[in-house]
Design a protein around this ligand. Structure first.
Ligand SMILES: Nc1ncnc2c1ncn2[C@@H]1O[C@H](COP(=O)(O)OP(=O)(O)O)[C@@H](O)[C@H]1O
Ligand SMILES: [Mg+2]
Length: 243
């Protein structure tokens, strides 16, 4: 087992954002984390990635208790994430942004030359090679999104948390993102995706966890989830109706 979250609870003042959330992620999994807006998905990511500690509960990575480790330490242990609101370093170039990922990743940095070569390789992979020397502030929002993915990949993560990466992408870009994510398994990257594009989540995931108002209401295979009456009522019904 790669990741286990156990009874994760988070309150912000009087607001219970997450309540007793437990689930497991096996190596090579693509786990879909879905639910309505405000159901606690980003909060769960924030806790796992060390943005803030839980109010109670625990996070285990490869059996080790990493609860409350700050973000740079979580990153050093192989957890990378993309933010729902992208925030690359705007005054650095695309290449420098990706190289930063390499510097702060969980595998030792070898040499600037090698880091540069690897960062270029990743830029090629995400389709930004020809813009390597452009500052991030001159890239489009979508390009910044891909850049953020590149920076996360450069950390050589064991576990990659993607928070609404596909939001706002064109159908062609969604397909490109799906192909990219589907290829992560071969690179030993395990993924948790938060997405509202249900077709994509169901296609990619081998396991789906459903949150509603901070509470897990179901988990199972995409097949099981898509015919779960409680899930349809809380979330999918409306989604499928508007698809
Ligand atoms: N840093 C924060 N401070 C206060 N409230 C927060 C914070 N982050 C999230 N929340 C609240 O917690 C709940 C869950 O939010 P979030 O995890 O962002 O949901 P989701 O990602 O599923 O849309 C929401 O009610 C949100 O307003
Ligand atoms: Mg969110």
């Amino acid at each position: 087992m790669l990741l286990e979250v156990k009874n994760l609870t988070k309150s912000f003042g009087g607001l219970l954002a997450l309540s007793e959330l437990s689930f497991c992620v096996n190596k090579g999994d693509v786990v879909g984390l879905i639910g309505p807006n405000g159901s606690g998905k980003s909060t769960a990511f924030n806790i796992v990635a060390g943005t803030f500690p839980p109010t109670s509960g625990q996070v285990f990575l490869e059996g080790e208790d990493i609860t409350g480790l700050p973000a740079h330490q979580a990153s050093a242990r192989g957890i990378a994430r993309s933010f729902q609101l992208v925030r690359p370093f705007l005054h650095l170039t695309a290449l420098q942004n990706v190289m930063l990922g390499r510097l702060y990743g969980h595998q030792p940095f070898s040499s600037t030359k090698q880091a540069k070569a690897e960062a270029m390789e990743i830029l090629r992979f995400i389709g930004l090679a020809d813009k390597y020397d452009r500052k991030a502030n001159s890239l489009t929002v979508m390009e910044r999104k891909w850049l953020e993915m590149g920076r996360a990949l450069a950390t050589r993560p064991k576990l990659l948390l993607l928070d609404e990466f596909m939001a706002g992408l064109t159908p062609t870009e969604v397909n490109a993102a799906m192909a990219l994510i589907a290829g992560f398994k071969e690179q030993d990257i395990t993924v948790i995706v938060v997405e509202h594009i249900i077709k994509a989540v169901m296609n990619l995931s081998n396991h789906v966890v459903v949150l509603n108002a901070g509470t897990k209401i179901a988990e199972g295979t995409p097949q099981e989830i898509s015919c779960n009456p409680q899930v349809i009522k809380a979330y999918l019904g409306e989604k499928y109706a508007t698809y």
